[in-house]
Design a protein around this ligand. Structure first.
Ligand code: ADP
Length: 295
């Protein structure tokens, strides 16, 4: 295992790009991502870190980050996973926004393809009765920023945390992704696959607004009130009505009335075929993204 360069800072420690050789002496070296745990970590952090590896190791799907291995017999402890060099979906979309001096670098077809990738990963988790609890653009990573990119679900921190005995004491509601959660989750703590369906609807909204913060300027407390009273995110500018219809179905107050991921994929498939959808322009911006507060 060779560590090459830092990719980012995670909740536990640094994430590096590395080169991995399956067996000593193997000619092929594979570029990988290596998540490390700092030397001086608590045993709780060590357990959490290992738990995330265990969760990832269970999945085998092209739209979920691929687990390669762990090293726990020396320091730093590390997890080896597939390298997703395109960064996270939210940052990617924000950087690709059309600007006055630059035409849009993406098309509606590109946005739809990102959405379909995430839906496929979600369908696989649904089939395996796994509830992710934190489907959001920030938790999806891209193989590459360029054409042919594949989006993968890459963060299982929230699903991991529910295994902790002190989960409900951990930071309380401030730690929860309220803006991505349906009412039954933030009011009653009920999580099902239909919780992920709601969050997926919010992710669709994030993608079609090219990385806007949902309910911009609203505090979590206000969002809970708004959503409980039937308020919903408005369609992003230029959003084809067929796509907004899928989002609003994901945001049905009654979880049972929300579609499953099989049905969502079927409907997204129709949208991919629809010339009106494919031709739709990307959102336009009336204010610079820098004025957007991440609250
Ligand atoms: P957190 O613990 O905050 O959820 P992670 O530890 O998953 O974050 O990752 C921190 C950062 O490292 C990410 O924002 C991303 O930039 C980078 N990263 C994580 N996993 C990968 C990967 N498989 N390939 C490339 N970069 C990654």
């Amino acid at each position: 295992m060779i560590f090459c360069r830092a990719l980012g800072q995670g909740a536990f420690g640094e994430v590096y790009q590395g080169l991995y050789r399956h067996r000593a002496g193997d000619a092929v070296e594979m570029p990988v991502a290596v998540k490390t745990l700092p030397h001086l970590s608590t045993s709780q952090a060590e357990t959490d870190f290992l738990m995330e590896a265990l969760i990832m190791s269970k999945f085998k799907h092209p739209n979920i980050v691929h687990f390669i291995g762990v090293c726990f017999d020396q320091h730093p402890r590390f997890i080896v996973i597939e390298l997703l060099a395109g960064g996270d979906l939210k940052t990617f979309l924000r950087e690709a926004r059309p600007k006055p001096d630059r035409a849009a670098s993406l098309t509606m077809k590109d946005l739809l393809s990102c959405i379909v990738d995430v839906a496929k990963g979600c369908k696989y988790m649904e089939e395996n009765r796994f509830i992710h609890r934190d489907i959001a653009a920030r938790n999806c990573l891209l193989t590459t920023k360029g054409p042919g990119r594949v989006v993968k679900i890459a963060d299982f921190g929230m699903a991991r945390d529910i295994y902790r005995a002190d989960y409900y004491r951990k930071g309380g509601k401030a730690m929860l992704p309220i803006k991505w959660m349906p009412p039954e989750a933030f009011l009653d703590g009920i999580f099902t696959t239909k919780t992920d369906v709601w969050s997926f609807g919010v992710l669709m909204w994030e993608v079609l607004s090219m990385g806007y913060m949902p309910y911009t300027g609203c505090a979590n407390r206000e969002v809970m009130q708004l959503v409980t009273n039937g308020g919903r995110l408005a369609p992003p500018t230029n959003c084809p009505p067929q796509l907004y219809a899928i989002m609003t179905q994901c945001w049905q107050p009654n979880p049972e009335e929300r579609p499953g991921f099989g049905l969502i994929l079927e409907r997204l498939g129709y949208c991919m075929q629809d010339p009106d959808v494919k031709r739709a322009p990307l959102p336009v911006y009336t204010k610079p993204p820098s004025s957007e507060r991440d609250t």
